[in-house]
Design a protein around this ligand. Structure first.
Ligand code: HEM
Ligand code: NAG
Ligand code: NAG
Ligand code: NAG
Length: 337
């Protein structure tokens, strides 16, 4: 009796294992097949070239646009998945949430990419996919890595202003930033640190770092982890009680170049945002691990580029709408009527 029940348990145990493994395999296959790099191979074979040409033009006109486009993909993906919801106009939209208001930019460029795509493949390509391709092209054109972009996302029917208000912020501590990444499925510190490396290009306004300049966390003194000459520079750029609009480079070492200088800055206490510098300095549980990644990336561009490209693909996979969910928007700013 004991023997046979043990046998039975053993059998059902291995059957269970078998089924579990099968299910896991199906899940893996399923996740991979949701998006595919050749999704538009027959419906819009020139898509990559069309997008590239528009991004080249935009970046030629203004180098910072590469950074702005890269950031749009991030702010899209973290809120209800990569579904183009950020692009929807309206005061109840994501554009009016605190992290985006007077800050997210590049929407006109997205419009012109969309127009160019529509003129050759009407009603086929989603705005969410255009953001993913534009982010890749922007990175590459700034001197960074390239990667194959999985495609096939569809556009969402709703914006989520509350969700956008909850994007990772410059005053968040590392614990909270890690939690916000994990909440969208990016549960590796590699994603947090490598994707923060996006701040190797682009600009930030005084409002996002002036908390560090005079009375940091109520101490009555500036953030001690901000290098002194950079501190005085920033203090003259952002006088107290003046508007928070002036901007400066996130990476003052090589502003428009996608390189490892951002990480070298952190090692030298020259991170601009508090959320940048705490990847290297601090005493939270994850600081030591983040710090060692920063150190590696600061001297190893190959490793940074490799991890960044992989993390971008993972970020691009957040909650895509596929199949018959959502729609292919005709105009990225409004849902189809
Ligand atoms: C880790 C948490 C992050 C925080 C707290 C953060 C915060 C910020 C802030 C405050 C700015 C300046 C906005 C302004 O003043 O207008 C900024 C700019 C930027 N962020 Fe992030 N960010 C984070 C992660 C990311 C990620 C994951 C990406 C891309 C994958 C990214 C890409 C960019 C780019 C490229 C800019 C410059 C945009 C421009 O010049 O128009 N950031 N970020
Ligand atoms: C909006 O985003 C938040 C946080 O990302 C999420 O919890 C919430 O369910 C979303 N709401 C809608 C209506 O999608
Ligand atoms: C991080 O910030 C959150 C939210 O402000 C706070 O609750 C938490 O105590 C902070 N954690 C650390 C380790 O500072
Ligand atoms: C710094 O901020 C704290 C609290 O935010 C405040 O109590 C204190 O008076 C400020 N100190 C100075 C020098 O402004």
């Amino acid at each position: 009796m004991e023997n046979s029940s043990a046998l039975l348990l053993g059998r059902s145990g291995s059957l269970l294992q078998f089924v579990t493994i099968l299910l896991l395999m199906l899940c893996v296959v399923d996740v991979k097949s949701q998006l595919s790099v050749d999704f538009y191979a027959s419906t819009c074979p020139k898509l990559a070239q069309i997008v590239r040409k528009e991004v080249v033009n935009a970046v030629k006109a203004e180098m910072r646009m590469a950074a702005s486009l890269l950031r749009l993909h991030f702010h899209d993906c973290f809120v209800n998945g990569c579904d183009g919801s950020l692009l929807l106009d309206g005061t109840d939209g994501e554009k009016f949430a605190r992290p985006n208001l007077n800050s997210a930019r590049g929407f006109e460029v997205v419009d012109s990419i969309k127009r160019a795509v529509e003129s050759q493949c009407s009603g086929v390509v989603s705005c969410a996919d255009i953001l993913a391709l534009a982010a890749r092209d922007s990175t590459l054109l700034s001197g960074g890595p390239s990667w194959k972009v999985p495609l096939g996302r569809r556009d969402g029917l709703v914006a989520n202003q509350t969700g956008a208000g909850d994007l990772p912020g410059p005053f968040d501590n590392l614990t909270l930033i890690i939690a916000k990444f994990a909440a969208v499925g990016l549960d590796s510190l590699v994603d947090v640190v490598s994707l923060s490396g996006s701040h190797t290009i682009g600009q930030a306004s005084c409002a996002t770092f002036s908390n560090r300049l005079t009375n940091f966390s109520g101490t009555g003194a500036p953030d001690p982890t901000l290098e002194s000459s950079m501190l005085s520079d920033l203090q003259s750029l952002c006088p107290a009680n003046v508007n928070g609009n002036p901007t400066t480079a996130l990476d003052r070492g090589s502003t428009d170049l996608f390189d490892t200088h951002y990480f070298q800055n952190l090692v030298n206490n020259k991170g601009l945002l508090s959320s940048d510098q705490i990847l290297f300095t601090g005493s939270e549980a994850a600081t030591a691990a983040a710090r060692s990644l920063v150190q590696i990336y600061s001297v190893n561009p190959g490793r940074f580029f490799f991890d960044f490209a992989n993390s971008m693909v993972r970020m691009g996979n957040i909650g895509p709408l596929t199949g018959s969910n959502g729609e292919i928007r005709r105009n990225c700013r409004v849902i189809n009527s």
